[in-house]
Design a protein around this ligand. Structure first.
Ligand SMILES: [Fe+2]
Length: 346
């Protein structure tokens, strides 16, 4: 294990020296850097070019800002470093507050404080490291799952050369619109994922119907419409995909209530699904299909504008038009290049 580098925040030099000596008794502890105040702690964390700390031992009683306020600022600055709060005897309320604010543990300065400090510190670091590894592991599993689903999408799109790359384009358009509309980061990511997977239910639809050049019969239309339900059935086992299920299920709903599968209206429709509806229609219009050629970009934009308030949510249309017409989005043929939408969450 890499030696632990600790930032010790303690205003009393004698206490600091004793704590440092106690901590260095632990073989896993490599270095203890001592600072006297919360301000100095924050300055160190903001990086003075002296490397990253693995853990903070933070005294509650400090000059200037106290330990709790320091902890609040550490959290606000987004430092992913476990902190242990050291409180005086009788400061249990402070300890509770510190835990609520995300401190990893607390130690009360009692008689055996110098014995417990190194033990608690190393344990906190090991637990934190395990937590982080678990998060990484879960993220890897989720990514692998998504990659597998993306392969499934490629299989669907490979069945019909006209829809190749459609899901990826829908995802890019929808993501850019969600960013433009200022949706929360998590929702924006969900919309991007839903864009990639929205038509996964088509795997259950007869290929002959999917690629049929002529007009569809009523039964064939009904059959295609089931892809929204199938999409949910296919994605439901992926626990981390639960949030995108309504988006996938509702991406063919219309703002005026005339869509499918449920005929939802206006705000009843999931906001992500309202975004996907525009992105999906736009990419479909500007792509060549078995039964028609691609529509010129300007005409497709006019069609989207025309659908505002009937087929589409007007707020989404407004954002979409800004995204497509706005600077930074070059037009390539009938496709809009949105390879690099401005993102603050990537
Ligand atoms: Fe669809």
């Amino acid at each position: 294990m890499k030696p632990i580098r600790i930032l010790l925040v303690e205003d009393n030099p004698d206490h600091a020296e004793l704590a440092e000596m106690a901590l260095l008794q632990e073989k896993d502890v490599g270095e203890v850097v001592w600072v006297e105040s919360g301000y100095d702690c924050l300055k160190r964390l903001d990086g003075n070019g002296d490397g990253k700390f693995d853990l903070i031992v933070l005294d509650y009683s400090l000059p200037g800002i106290d330990g709790l306020e320091t902890l609040r600022k550490i959290n606000k600055d987004g430092h992913d470093i476990p902190a242990i709060m050291v409180t005086g005897h009788g400061d249990e309320a402070v300890a509770t507050e510190a835990i609520k604010m995300g401190a990893y543990d607390y130690i009360v300065k009692t008689g055996d404080y110098l014995t417990t400090l190194p033990v608690v510190t190393v344990k906190a670091w090991k637990n934190h490291r395990t937590d982080r590894e678990n998060v990484e592991l879960r993220e890897n599993i989720e990514q692998n799952y998504l990659d597998t689903l993306a392969i499934l999408i490629s299989v669907i799109e490979a069945k019909d050369c006209y829809t190749r790359g459609h899901s990826e384009m829908v995802s890019k358009y929808a993501f850019a619109v969600a960013l433009k509309m200022g949706l929360p980061a998590e929702e924006t990511e969900d919309i991007r994922t839903a864009g990639l997977l929205h038509d996964i239910g088509k795997i259950a639809i007869d290929r002959e119907i999917l690629v049929k050049p002529g007009t569809l019969t009523a039964d064939e239309k009904k059959s295609i419409e089931t892809h929204c339900d199938y999409g949910v059935k296919i994605l439901r086992p992926g626990a981390f995909l639960r949030r995108i299920l309504p988006i996938v299920h509702q991406h063919h709903e219309r703002f005026d209530g005339k869509g499918y599968p449920q005929g939802l209206k206006g705000d009843e429709i999931n906001p992500g699904a309202r975004i996907l509806a525009v992105a999906d229609s736009f990419d479909a219009m500007t792509s060549t299909r078995a039964y028609r050629s691609a529509m010129p970009l300007e005409k497709a934009l006019t069609e989207i504008e025309r659908g505002s308030g009937t087929q589409f949510d007007p707020d989404v249309v407004e954002a979409f038009l800004i995204v497509v017409k706005g600077s930074g989005f070059g037009v390539q043929g009938t496709k809009v290049n949105i390879e690099h939408p401005t993102s603050n969450i990537e």
